[in-house]
Design a protein around this ligand. Structure first.
Ligand code: XIL
Length: 354
């Protein structure tokens, strides 16, 4: 019993994954990753700004390290991501004078980027988040007004999938987004996916990020979203699951002096631990019910020692926060199944006892 990990409890359902950075590849965290999980997603190291910082320069170091770690431990790998409106460097959209490039040039650069990255990990990365977060949150708008959209119109969507498919015809290709359960956004994502399917674009599924709260979205809305997307014949992956114990985020004043040790909030009470365990139980009940269409569930970060949500709450950039000890963080989200000492939380047991 003690030797089982999440992946073992869920072996008849779906791979259970986790977002990793370099810090997760060694020491106690790496032990936990290999014991509990059978899938990983690089948290940042395959984003364009990291892997392709300049037009003629790729930085493979961290991405290679993650892929090698996963391959050597027989862990599946989801690639993340090939196109996003953020964590993408300026050079992609601009010429040497700083002016925006033409659609033709941008698509040429996109193709070069996608072909190179996907080809490097061909046969090792089984699924890619090809396009991330292209839908606008404003109910009155459809596509996000990113530079991709401003320069290419809608065409960048289909092109990204086509380039990825050409580079690795066997990789499963996903569209990935957050708030995908919100009915208004859900219908826009549905429309985007349907347009791609109707145009015979090579797309296999949709990633629901799953950055959820204790009571939002409701189980009914989660089920409705899965039903809706699955009706298009697409697979579903839960790509970035975490359940923050916080309500709406309020950003505290940024701490300019990082040498000051701020009090860690002591907000993780037993009552909250119980609520979170109940919430996780309900969420995984849904995932099990939908095992025919859900082909992976990935957590966004390993343990409450470091969550990207803490980084935000502390007003620090993710990478900066990752290298700091927890006392630097003022408001913690406690969103994961393992605590700050990498021990299993009550929520862990609610997920594996069924
Ligand atoms: C986050 C990382 O966790 C942070 O370290 C980074 O500073 C910002 O990006 N949606 C996504 C992920 O698709 O790539 C984001 O990851 C979280 C939201």
């Amino acid at each position: 019993q003690e030797t089982k990990g999440l992946k073992d409890y869920y072996q008849n359902y779906f791979p259970v994954g986790v977002a990793v950075n370099m810090a997760a590849l060694s020491g106690k965290t790496a032990e936990l990753v290999t014991k509990e999980f059978n899938s990983v997603t690089p948290e940042n190291d395959m984003k364009i700004s990291v892997i392709h910082p300049r037009e003629n320069q790729y930085n493979w170091k961290n991405a290679d390290a993650i892929v090698d770690f996963a391959v050597s431990h027989h862990i599946k790998i989801r690639g993340h991501n090939l196109l996003w409106h953020t964590q993408v460097p300026n050079w992609m959209f601009r010429d040497s004078t700083g002016a925006l490039v033409s659609k033709e040039i941008l698509l040429k650069r996109l193709k070069e980027h996608i072909s190179t990255v996907v080809n490097r990990y061909k046969g090792k990365i089984y699924a890619w988040d090809v396009v991330n977060e292209a839908i606008d949150d404003n109910p009155d708008k459809y596509l996000r007004n990113s530079l991709w959209y401003q320069i290419c119109g809608e065409d960048f969507l289909a092109k990204a999938f086509e380039y990825a498919h050409e580079a690795d015809p066997k990789a499963a290709l996903y569209y990935n987004d957050y708030n995908s359960e919100n009915p208004s956004k859900r219908e826009k994502i549905y429309k985007l996916l349907k347009n791609l399917k109707d145009a015979k674009v090579p797309i296999d599924g949709v990633g629901l990020q799953g950055h959820w709260k204790l009571n939002d979205p409701s189980p009914d809305l989660i089920r409705a979203a899965i039903d809706r997307y699955a009706s298009l014949g697409l697979k579903i992956q839960i790509t970035e699951l975490d359940v923050t114990i916080r309500g709406p985020r309020t950003r505290p004043k940024p701490q300019s002096d990082n040498s000051v040790t701020l009090p860690v909030d002591s907000g993780y009470t037993e009552g909250i631990a119980n609520l979170q365990a109940d919430r996780y139980r309900a969420i995984f009940q849904i995932f099990r019910d939908y095992k025919q269409v859900i082909t992976s569930v990935t957590f966004w970060n390993v343990s409450d020692r470091y969550s990207w949500l803490d980084a935000r709450n502390g007003g620090l950039a993710g990478g900066a926060a990752a290298s700091l000890n927890t006392p630097m963080v003022v408001r913690k989200a406690y969103p994961l199944l393992f605590d700050e000492n990498l021990q299993r939380k009550k929520a862990y047991w609610s997920v594996v006892k069924f």
